[in-house]
Each structure stands twice: as structure tokens, then as C-alpha cells.
Design a protein around this ligand. Structure first.
Ligand SMILES: Cc1ncc(COP(=O)(O)O)c(C=O)c1O
Length: 406
């Protein structure tokens, strides 16, 4: 991109795009785990558009499916049948959870659908309260914000929508203490993402499942970030061996086209009836074709196995690399959802890493977050490790000189 075009693009952002984000680099092209910025510099992408491009950028099978469907039928509305959407639903259901799917466009919208389903289910017995977790993140709409346990996101948007109670994560006693005769559901992320890459304890989930069954309380999993292969199984609950009643997904489901979905167990399939919930764009033929190509790619390529292998390798090597640095508390996560947990804010270290052309994210108040495409090679993992090792050494030197100036 010419320098003048680059400056003009920044100026347009500044004047015409609402300042709800503070973007870093400007990218013009992607392929697999690689990105190129406006000046032609190559980056390695360990963010995947926040766990969206899980098959890497512009995966050829997904691009081909989009091209083909775009020439046939893009949108028709859910008032009419199309042949692609039910094929996708069938494919998702064939992965080991018998139920039905509702399609929408985003993670927040999927969680809204899940919340509405739970309230509708509870309405038969006069129950409408949902227990959620401290440090959770469920989206930016008013209901999902009220469900979100990270209070800072709610500031300025009062009043909170009623009907949500937050308790500490991984604490069954806290759930039990918060349950009332108005509780209709418990909702959580099997691995908390925005909160700081914190996996649920499998025993906690098992006991929570049994407790919810005892009390006829629905167990809702938000798999928007940790689902779609991210932690080494297609659905996150499969990694824990605990089935929810309903779970949501979005982000990576169509590898970059906007789609969200919930899957409800078959016994709940009749809770939302015609006219009780809808979404104009939910599951268009175009996006469904992309999502179907994603599922076929999972079948054809060893994506999940690669995720587990590269995830274990990265986690082990990161722990070794970080060991000499006291400002790194721990490295935690599951599959290719990895957090480098610091004893301080993570933005400075993430900035140093980005300068070395490795795209990473932060999470919570102290975590550098890695969400690489699930298709990364060992060579790409090694390239990222070398960058992180350099950045850690540099950051240690900065901290030391700051210390000696005091
Ligand atoms: C766990 C979780 N739920 C919901 C959302 C909201 O998804 P969206 O931004 O697509 O609305 C996110 C987004 O980061 C998420 O991580």
C-alpha cells in the first residue's frame, strides 16, 4: 500500500469509524497463520482474529465454498427452506450431541438465544434467574453484559438487566449457596477466555452437572471462544466429558464469516416455538456453506490432533522459556488456548511481541493470550517461541533498568 493510501485509511478511521477500538497494525492479506501488513511486512498470527480463523486465513476449501455459494444463493430468509442450512445442522449434530440447532450471527446473539431458551424453559415453573461466573465474558448486548462477570464492561450502561447472579468460578459450594427457587440455569465458559484463559476443573463440572440434574436446572456452556476445536476437541464439553443441556458457539464456526449458533439437547428442542425467537440473517446459505466447508475440513485434515500436539508442545516449551523470569507466574490453558500469566499488566509485553511481528492478544488483567490457528506447523510454533523468548529477555532487561533507576 502506498504511504498516502495508508495515511488516508487512518484518517478515514479517525473521522468516520466510531472509536470503540484502538487498532494496532493494518493488515492487507492473510494466508494460513501468516499476515502481511500495509508495508508488506510478514507477521505470524497467534490470535486468529480472536479465535475466529481457526483453520488459518483464507483456507482454500472455505474460500472455494464461499465463491461457489455466492454465485448460487446468498440469502433467502428463514421463512423459506434452503438446502445448505440443514446439512450444516445435521453435520454439527453428528458430532455426538443429539439435539437441534438455532443459527444466528455472533457470540452475543447465540448467548442471548441460550438465555431466552433457559428463561422460556423456566417460565413453566416460575423460574427466571441464571447463575453465571465472576470473570466470565458472554458478550456486549444488554442481557449478555448482565450475565458477564467482568463488572468493568458494565460500567456506564446501568441499569443491569435483572435475572443474573454471579458466583466464583470452579466453586460448587458457591453455586449451591446462590441457588434459589427462582434459578432456571447455570451458565459458564468451560475455559474462561477474556477472563484470563482459565479452564474449569473437570471434577467441578461433573459435580455441577449432577447438581443441576437433581434440581432441574439447565447447564449452559458458552463455547464461543473455547469451542470449534480450540482446546483439541470440536466441542469444548467433549474435553471434559460433561454434556451441557445447551451450548453456544460462534467465532470460528464459519472461519471468518459471521455466524453464531446454539445446540439444545433434543428434550429442549420444543422450548422455542415459531415466533418466539428469530434472526433475519441466521444461517444464510452463504455462511452455512462456509461453515459446512469448515466441518468438512475438520474431517479431511487432522486439525484436532494437530491442535492437541502443537498445544502440548507450545505449553511445554513456553514453560521452559519462561522459567527464568520471576514476572511470569505460570503458563496455563488447553489445546491452542494458552495464557502466559504475568504478575503485572500484560500490554507492555504483548506490545514488544507484536513489534517482533508476532500477533498476540491479552486477557484479564495479567495474561498474554495465544490463540494461533489450529493448523500451525511445528516450524511456525518454533518461530513464535523464538520471538517470545527474545521478547521476554528484552522485557526483563527493561524491568531491570527501571528498577535500577528507582
Ligand atoms: C466466551 C465468549 N462469549 C461471547 C463472546 C461474544 O461474542 P461476539 O463478539 O461474537 O458477540 C465472546 C467474545 O469474545 C466470548 O469470548
Amino acid at each position: 500500500m502506498e504511504k498516502a493510501d495508508y495515511q488516508a485509511t487512518l484518517a478515514r478511521y479517525d473521522r468516520y469509524v466510531m472509536h470503540t477500538y484502538a487498532p494496532g497494525a493494518m493488515f492487507v492479506r492473510g494466508e494460513g497463520a501468516q499476515l502481511w501488513d500495509a508495508e508488506g511486512n510478514r507477521y505470524l498470527d497467534f490470535a486468529s482474529g480472536i479465535s475466529v480463523c481457526n483453520l488459518g486465513h483464507c483456507h482454500p476449501a472455505v474460500t472455494a465454498a464461499i465463491r461457489e455459494q455466492a454465485g448460487k444463493l446468498v440469502h433467502i430468509s428463514n421463512l423459506y427452506y434452503n438446502e445448505v442450512t440443514p446439512k450444516l445442522a445435521e453435520k454439527l449434530i453428528s458430532r455426538g450431541f443429539d439435539g437441534t440447532v438455532f443459527f444466528c450471527n455472533s457470540g452475543a446473539e447465540a448467548n442471548e438465544a441460550m438465555i431466552k431458551l433457559a428463561r422460556k424453559y423456566g417460565s413453566a415453573t416460575g423460574r427466571n434467574e441464571i447463575i453465571t461466573m465472576i470473570d466470565s465474558f458472554h458478550g456486549r448486548t444488554l442481557a449478555t453484559l448482565a450475565a458477564t462477570g467482568r463488572a468493568k464492561y458494565r460500567q456506564g450502561f446501568a441499569p443491569d438487566m435483572p435475572g443474573f447472579v454471579q458466583v466464583p468460578f470452579n466453586d460448587l459450594a458457591a453455586v449451591k449457596a446462590a441457588v434459589t427457587d427462582r434459578t432456571c440455569a447455570v451458565m459458564l465458559e468451560p475455559v474462561q477466555g477474556e477472563g484470563g484463559i482459565l479452564p474449569a476443573d473437570p471434577e467441578y463440572l461433573k459435580e455441577l452437572r449432577a447438581f443441576c440434574d437433581e434440581r432441574d436446572i439447565l447447564l449452559l456452556f458458552d463455547e464461543v471462544q473455547c469451542g470449534m476445536g480450540r482446546i483439541g476437541t470440536l466441542f469444548a464439553w467433549q474435553s471434559f466429558g460433561v454434556e451441557p443441556d445447551v451450548f453456544s458457539m460462534a467465532k470460528a464456526i464459519a472461519n471468518g464469516l459471521p455466524m453464531g449458533a446454539i445446540i439444545a439437547s433434543r428434550r429442549l428442542s420444543g422450548v422455542l416455538t415459531p415466533g418466539t425467537h428469530a434472526s433475519t440473517f441466521g444461517g444464510t446459505p452463504l455462511v452455512s456453506a462456509a461453515a459446512l466447508a469448515v466441518q468438512e475440513t475438520f474431517d479431511r485434515e487432522n486439525v484436532l490432533e494437530n491442535c492437541r500436539i502443537q498445544g502440548e508442545y507450545l505449553m511445554r516449551r513456553l514453560r521452559e522459556i519462561a522459567a527464568p523470569y520471576p514476572f511470569v507466574r505460570t503458563v496455563r490453558g488447553k489445546g491452542l488456548m494458552i495464557g502466559i500469566v504475568l504478575d503485572r499488566e500484560p500490554k507492555t509485553l504483548a506490545g514488544l511481541i507484536l513489534k517482533k511481528r508476532l500477533v498476540v492478544l491479552t486477557a484479564g488483567e495479567t495474561v498474554v493470550r495465544l490463540l494461533p490457528p489450529l493448523v500451525i506447523t511445528r516450524a511456525e510454533a518454533d518461530e513464535a517461541l523464538a520471538v517470545i523468548a527474545e521478547a521476554l529477555a528484552e522485557y526483563a532487561a527493561v524491568l531491570k533498568s527501571d528498577e535500577s533507576e528507582k
